[in-house]
Design a protein around this ligand. Structure first.
Ligand SMILES: [Zn+2]
Length: 294
């Protein structure tokens, strides 16, 4: 599907919570109750920590639940196996006709008994991952390390997270161990709506702004889910449909354009080595003043 080869800033294009939620919701309609006939792994890099026996255990299991944790997609099987997908940058889970030949971007294929559809894990850049863990078994550390989900974290916990860190607020919100689900697009969008400079020390953000940020995170994520996510370049859902939340972006990929709120020019800087867009008028920095160079 559409990939124009425009690769500048491709590192920003990772599916985040709304895109993963959209994908899970779409897949649930088609895959709930389906029995796994076969799992073919077509790329060595896809499954670094999963044994061959875990792979075998998947077969014959029925999908009894699909869920999301942070940016991970989880398939819960009736036999206690859990398939854990992470799309990273260009990964996609796509429903394809079960007789469709494998292609160069297929990294795994999940076939189902008595089903006209198969699930293909396509990934051009091969950063995506699949792990199989057994319910209740240690080894799902990648999930255990995640912080509270950005969609559900309460205000009190959110305040504690920000108040306890002197890191730049953007870097903190990108850290999945601190809060799970946010990435470059939605952090920039939420910080703009809350009027917070992305480089502000998290613990220095005034309480009223923390409350605004917490509300903005929920509002933005919910709206983005309603819109089917943001499709800036790569992202498509499980049926190849684009999201539309990019039409509501206030700052992301809008550097050099006018702020929709105040008409100042949106600026581009690097924070935590990520391309970052913000409005210098709407988002004033709050931090302990640094010593000025003589
Ligand atoms: Zn502005």
């Amino acid at each position: 599907m559409l990939d124009t080869g425009k690769r500048r800033n491709h590192g920003d294009e990772m599916p985040e919570l709304p895109e993963v939620e959209t994908m899970v919701n779409g897949l649930r309609e088609s895959l709930f109750g389906q029995r796994v006939q076969r799992l073919r792994v077509l790329c060595d890099r896809l499954m670094r920590e999963t044994s061959a026996s875990a792979l075998q255990k998947v077969e014959g299991g029925k999908i009894v639940g699909l869920s999301r944790k942070g940016k991970f997609l989880l398939f819960h099987l009736s036999n206690g196996s859990l398939l854990v997908f992470h799309l990273r940058m260009t990964g996609r889970l796509v429903l394809v006709p079960s007789d469709r030949p494998l292609s160069g971007v297929d990294r795994a294929r999940l076939d189902f008994s008595a089903c006209d559809w198969a699930l293909s894990f396509e990934d051009q850049r091969k950063f995506g991952s699949l792990s199989i863990v057994q319910d209740g078994e240690a080894g799902s550390s990648l999930l255990d390390e995640l912080g509270p989900d950005a969609l559900h974290v309460g205000l009190r916990e959110f305040r504690e997270i920000l108040g306890g860190s002197a890191r730049p607020v953007k870097a903190l919100l990108l850290d999945q161990r601190v809060i799970a689900g946010l990435g470059n697009i939605y952090v920039d969008e939420c910080l703009h709506r809350a009027g917070i400079h992305p480089q502000s020390a998290a613990s220095e953000v005034p309480p009223d702004r923390v409350r605004r940020l917490h509300a903005a995170v929920r509002r933005v994520l919910r709206k983005a889910i309603t819109c089917g996510g943001s499709s800036v370049s790569n992202y498509r859902d499980s049926r190849g449909r684009s999201g539309t939340f990019q039409l509501h972006h206030q700052v992301y990929k809008r550097e050099g354009m006018e702020c929709r709120h105040c008409n100042s020019t949106i600026l581009y800087i690097k924070v935590a080595s990520r391309g970052t867009r913000y409005c210098p008028s709407c988002q004033k920095e709050t931090r302990i003043p640094r010593r000025r160079p003589a």
